[in-house]
Design a protein around this ligand. Structure first.
Ligand code: F6P
Length: 327
């Protein structure tokens, strides 16, 4: 039934903790089913350049616990052109690849889908991004780890904030979505959380800070997603609060790319292991153009075009919980 013999695996776009565990799973599932597995370095750019390495079960020893990606990652401009994709297809054929597993985010899936459609080439996606913004899965690889990293950082900031009775603005990743800000904010007990999905307005922020001070709180943490809707960055927010509430001493902490690194959590390792098995076995069953996801603890498949086009929603109930928690 299955003519699949050689599968290529790559990581593409922004890296996330758990990508190595997913590579390991794809490689070992191939080995288990006696398929050849080819690692492709630097995502689609490596496919264009033929940057390949044959991988067996032993080439992925001791990486389940490692952050980053041993295959490196890239955002390839060349792959966005037809010429680049034609070269990539020629390299894939030359190498004898029968299918591709792409571990990445929606940009990578869009590229994979176009490549698959143009060349009738089987692809399977595994969602790897700390942003958790992909339709068709309740959790992406790296999200859980990033949340734990952010909560740990905010806990430490809280120590120094309360020692000095200060207010901290903590900027977290999330260019288009506030999942990290909202969940880590609730987890770390933030007084306010500013996210791209909702414009709470700066007046409300001032009101909330006034209330917080009046109720006897000695320190305050405001978590701000990069893409927050107020339109102000954390430094502008600091200036605004200092100008309007001089009783507050304000500091800013931008967590930045440390959120993308570190050893993956147990959740991300297990999820990656399950997704890798599903990706390879689905290709063996003749399926193509799907993303592997998780829904209600079950590993599922979602058509790639839906994963790319579908919109994820912020958890409105969690916003309400956050409001109650700041009482
Ligand atoms: O991985 C997604 C993400 O972390 C976004 O939240 C962030 O805006 C972006 O990557 C930054 O990525 P880079 O610095 O690699 O362009």
């Amino acid at each position: 039934m299955n003519k699949m013999q050689k599968i290529g695996v790559m990581t593409s776009g922004g890296d996330s903790p758990g990508m190595n565990a997913a590579i390991r799973s794809v490689v070992r599932t191939c080995a288990y089913h006696e398929l050849e597995c080819i690692g492709i370095y630097r995502g689609f750019q490596g496919l264009i350049e033929g940057d390949f390495k044959s991988m067996d079960a032993r080439s992925v020893n001791n990486i389940v616990n490692k952050g980053g990606t041993i295959l490196k990652s890239a955002r390839s401009k060349e792959f966005m052109t037809r010429k680049g994709r034609d070269t990539a297809f020629a390299k894939a054929k030359e190498q004898g690849l029968d299918a591709l597993v792409v571990i990445g985010g929606d940009g990578s899936f869009t590229g994979a889908m176009i490549f698959s459609d143009e060349n009738d080439f089987p692809v399977m996606g595994i969602p790897g991004t700390i942003d958790n913004d992909i339709y068709g899965t309740s959790s992406t690889l790296g999200y859980d780890t990033a949340l734990n990293t952010v909560v740990d950082a905010i806990d430490k900031i809280r120590d120094t904030a309360s020692s000095h009775n200060r207010l901290f603005f903590v900027e977290v990743m999330g260019r288009d979505v506030g999942n990290i800000a909202l969940n880590a904010g609730v987890g770390a007990g933030a007084e306010e959380i500013l996210i791209p999905e909702e414009n709470l307005g700066k007046d409300r922020l001032l009101e909330s800070l006034k209330r917080s001070r009046a109720s006897g709180k000695s320190s305050s943490i405001v978590v701000v997603a990069e893409g927050d809707k107020t339109g102000d960055n954390v430094f502008e927010l600091k200036d605004y609060v200092e100008a309007n509430l001089p009783e507050y001493e304000v500091r800013v902490s931008v967590l930045g790319h440390m959120q993308r690194g570190g050893s993956p959590s147990c959740w991300d390792r297990v999820l990656a292991s399950r997704m890798g098995v599903k990706a390879v076995e689905s290709l063996m069953e003749g399926k193509s153009n799907y993303m592997v996801g998780i829904q209600d603890t079950k590993i599922v498949l979602c058509p790639l075009d839906q994963a790319v086009k579908g919109k994820t929603d912020i958890d409105k109930e969690l916003i309400r919980v956050s409001d109650i928690m700041t009482t």
